[in-house]
Write a protein that binds this ligand. Structure first.
Ligand code: BEZ
Ligand code: FE
Length: 309
């Protein structure tokens, strides 16, 4: 079929009618968004001459993705989660907020309600023989003042790149903890070095990425939510330097400010002092959070999370 078969004002009229713009009932914001998205979609179909076969293949793809609960994977994979971060960064800048640790995507693998401890925690349950990782740092305000009682909610994958809860072979909340900072705003934990996540083989997400000539791998990383009363919630990650996918994250989560130095410790005396018998790694990373400000865009996002059983 040729492209551009339908007049633009006819497309606009169809979108407006389908979105209920002429109806007094309904949610005005929803109508506004549906009208815009439908209009843009019909324009794209007409301009690109999207065939019926292509259209229904797309519908079947999305239906299957929904059945497999994959939208949380597809959204970051097609850069939209990172795009939302860029918008929030810019909105904060315009609201006069600056100085915070850089944010990056949450991803779809957070589970609320991890065990809470004071000052320090061990994240791993000892069953994964990965390289030991010690991480520590301080939570501070932009002024430099340490924040006691902040909560560092940390989660990461195991040495196979898998997350507890989604990987039923791991114990509940393995590699997930909430750590309340001590009176000097400090947190620390012992864990194991994660491996990068890879999209499940055969998943709808992987199929789409492959069809676009892309891979579905992330570099090794550790996620954080940092919260404190009166401060804006920080959602971020650190990436493990040296990872093959460090600057080629399928989910667009890597940011240069979030690649701390990884200190590889192989000195026998240090190993002994740490109570270990093999080399380990150490990372120091401080978080800076900004004070909540009236008129600033929300930093707490209403997002569905998988529930712990
Ligand atoms: C992750 O954080 O591991 C992740 C992020 C986006 C998509 C898939 C996984
Ligand atoms: Fe992750």
């Amino acid at each position: 079929m040729p492209a551009n078969l339908i007049k633009r004002d006819a497309i606009a009229a169809l979108a407006a009618r389908a979105a209920g713009l002429g109806q007094p009932e309904g949610n005005p914001r929803l109508k506004q968004v549906v009208n815009r998205l439908l209009g843009d979609l019909m324009l794209a179909i007409d301009e690109l001459d999207i065939s019926m076969n292509e259209f229904w293949t797309g519908v079947a793809y999305l239906t299957q993705a929904g059945k497999q609960n994959e939208f949380g994977l597809i959204v970051p994979g097609v850069v939209l989660e990172h795009f939302l971060d860029l918008r929030l960064d810019e909105a904060e800048r315009r609201a006069g907020l600056s100085g915070s640790t850089v944010r990056t995507i949450e991803g779809p693998l957070y589970i609320a309600g991890a065990p809470l401890s004071n000052g320090e925690a061990r994240l791993d349950d000892g069953t994964d023989d990965g390289e030991v990782l010690f991480m520590e740092g301080q939570v501070r305000a932009v002024s430099g003042e340490p924040i006691a009682g902040a909560v560092v909610d940390v989660w990461h994958a195991n040495t196979m790149g898998n997350y507890s809860h989604f990987d039923p072979s791991q114990a509940a909340f393995n590699l997930r903890r909430r750590i309340e900072t001590d009176k000097e705003g400090r947190y620390k934990f012992r864990s194991i070095m994660p491996s990068g996540y890879a999209c499940p083989p055969g998943s709808q997400t992987e199929k789409l990425l492959q069809a676009m000539g892309r891979h579905g791998n992330r570099p090794a990383h550790v996620h954080f939510f940092v919260t404190a009363p009166g401060y804006r919630k920080l959602t971020t990650q650190i990436n493990i330097d040296g990872d093959k996918y460090l600057h080629d994250d399928f989910a667009f989560g890597t940011r240069d400010e979030l690649i701390p130095r990884v200190e590889r410790v192989s000195d026998a005396a240090e190993i002994h002092k740490a109570g270990l018998n093999k080399p380990f790694s150490r990372i120091r990373f401080d978080f800076t959070v900004t004070k909540e400000a009236t008129g600033a865009p929300a930093s707490i996002v209403a997002r569905e999370h998988a529930e712990a059983a």
